[in-house]
Design a protein around this ligand. Structure first.
Ligand SMILES: *[C@@H]1O[C@H](CO)[C@@H](O)[C@H](O)[C@H]1NC(C)=O
Length: 227
């Protein structure tokens, strides 16, 4: 009896271990079976798969692997938090990046602007400051905070899914950050919006209790966030 219980426990243990290894191995975007898979956005409308369908490899051109999407400054001054993101997309700006497990982002920060606390559920990120000085930071799952003031040419890693922010401390000059992300679909969840700007609204009772605030506070925050 005892031996068979041990045996069962050891099998369970092995199954759990294999599941864990599988989960670890599949923690980034799926591997490619070809050299490249230049996105064919036109074909994408007819069926759904993880990524975009590819064009005939013989039809690939150098332009498919190039983009000027990140060269254009945007104007984040009038946005809610004073930041604006231009993310490369295999469907529009960078078809050659399809299925390569990466994306790039340009973040324009207005003077005093901020990318508020947010997370990318599917990507680790490395952010390089191109211009300005930017305070960056992330909180880990034990709520330890790591912050660093970056100057032009300096970079910082935000581990996958950790809540992080970028803040242009200069109230007179804009800042520009270039990020690399290890997913073609990093996703982004802004903490203030996932609490106060969901559709439909999160029940007021939840917000009052979660943040220890009253109903007026809830409505004020919702209004401040454009709701
Ligand atoms: C923000 O960036 C996107 C992508 O480049 C662009 O389409 C949009 O116009 C920009 N918004 C502002 C306010 O500059």
């Amino acid at each position: 009896m005892r031996a068979s219980a041990d045996h069962a426990a050891s099998i369970t243990h092995r199954i759990l271990l294999s599941l864990f290894l599988l989960a670890t191995l599949s923690a980034s975007d799926p591997d490619l079976l070809f050299d490249y898979c230049v996105a064919d956005p036109a074909a994408a409308a007819s069926f759904h798969l993880n990524g975009l369908p590819c064009i005939d490899p013989a039809a690939a051109r150098a332009e498919h692997f190039a983009t000027s999407a990140l060269s254009r400054a945007t104007n984040p001054s009038a946005t809610l938090f004073g930041f604006n993101v231009t993310l490369t997309s295999p469907a529009t700006s960078l078809p050659g990046a399809n299925a390569q497990g990466l994306a790039m982002a340009r973040i324009d920060l207005a003077p005093g602007g901020m990318a508020p606390p947010h997370s990318h559920p599917r990507a680790s990120e490395v952010a390089l400051v191109l211009a300005g000085s930017v305070l960056v930071g992330f909180a880990d799952t034990s709520y330890r905070l790591y912050t660093q003031l970056l100057r032009a040419g300096e970079a910082f890693v935000f581990p996958r899914a950790m809540v992080h922010f970028l803040y242009n401390m200069d109230v007179a000059a804009p800042a520009v950050v270039l990020s690399g992300l290890n997913s073609q679909s990093p996703g982004a969840q802004l903490v203030p919006l996932s609490a106060f700007r969901t559709e439909p609204r999160m029940p007021e009772e939840i917000l009052k209790k979660a943040f220890k605030i009253n109903g007026q506070d809830v409505h004020r925050i919702q209004r401040n966030l454009g709701g």
